[in-house]
Design a protein around this ligand. Sequence first.
Ligand code: SF4
Length: 430
Amino acid sequence: MSHAKQVIAVSDISTKVREIETAYRNYLDVFRIPEDHRIVVNYSAGKDSTATLAVANALFGRRVQAVMADTDNEHELTIDFARTIHEQIGCHPVQVVKRIYSEADFARRRAYMKKNWSKKQAIRMGAYRGVIMPSLARADTAFGRVWQKTAKRWGIDFETALDAALSVMHPSGNSFLDAALLHGKFPMLRDRFCTDELKIQIAYDAAIRPMLDEGEVVVQWSGVRGDESSKRAGYDRFAVDMRDEGYLYNFLPIHQWTAADVFALHRYLGIKPNPLYLQGASRVGCMNCVLCNKEEISETAARWPEHIEKHRQWEMKVRLASRWVHWMSTGTVSQAWVNSIIGFREITHRRGETVKVRRLLGDVPRLYGLDTEVQHLDWSGFYGPRGGMGAPSVPEVVEWARTGRGGKVYDLVKASLNTATCSSRYGLCE
Ligand code: SF4
């Protein structure tokens, strides 16, 4: 970059930082927030939260505390960066917190599974709505005998699917994996429990709630930028946080900034960004995010294969914790058994009443448009459905990500991620 360009960037940045100060002081007046309030910066070790922390520190110094939630799915360089960023910025050290799932959490889940997986259960949604799932606790039923073929294919030795599930239902020592085990699946676009439990809730419980309990008024600063997605663009720059109305507020200081502005601020203040950016990462934080795009998957497979292997090992455990995968793993082997059930089980509603109607479907039924013969799952996949595969394993997704084919799919995935990935207003996931 030329010297002239750098001078322009520096000038712009100081103006932008002054704009943040003026706007913030105006919000303090409008919302009648006391001058001695506390500022908590949601920190992810990415460029945006680093810029936010640097600005907060430059304007309000020792009143600022940053908090980072470690999901146990982060790259080690990201955690190192968070633990040392205060040396570059001159702020308080970042408070790194982690959600820990206890043996009591798992005991509750085991008790639930023992009680409910032993019973038959009607599927209430989706293509199999109305189908009755059998007991997963018996070895002497048609399903139990078919499931033994699953156990053989998976290389495990248990009498029943429930026994297999209970074997992994203990704290693993890794919070991300524990969350997936307790939910019986990995997080996905419409069920991002990782963000909720491993980031937002623990940051609140460990860092913000103690301040509120002491009677402090707290403003959270988050490095959310509007140009990253339409959802992010729609957030108010300053808002009351309803988790503690009147005492907790949210501020998005760099909402109108671009990525170039953020890096210009790094240069302006002499801050070196997270080294993962220099190694080719376009996003830092979870390695990988369950929602990351094809490009990031192939990048991680090439540069940090140990993280791909980590997810492969997690998948081996999480599939055992999924009632759905156990049932669907019997796949085409058990189609005759599924057909015999769907032939006379269908729930319909009539004048507000639920009635069961006997309906015979013939030899090759179609389940609400899906061909039963292709329904066969072996995985609760870390990356969810990809490349036209319903429930692929990590190695299958990596293979797909490496291929040059599927460019159309990539564009669609990328486009959807631009609007959907980690769009929490707290900016805890980059
Ligand atoms: S970065 Fe992705 S995987 Fe990690 S907590 Fe956020 S949504 Fe979940």
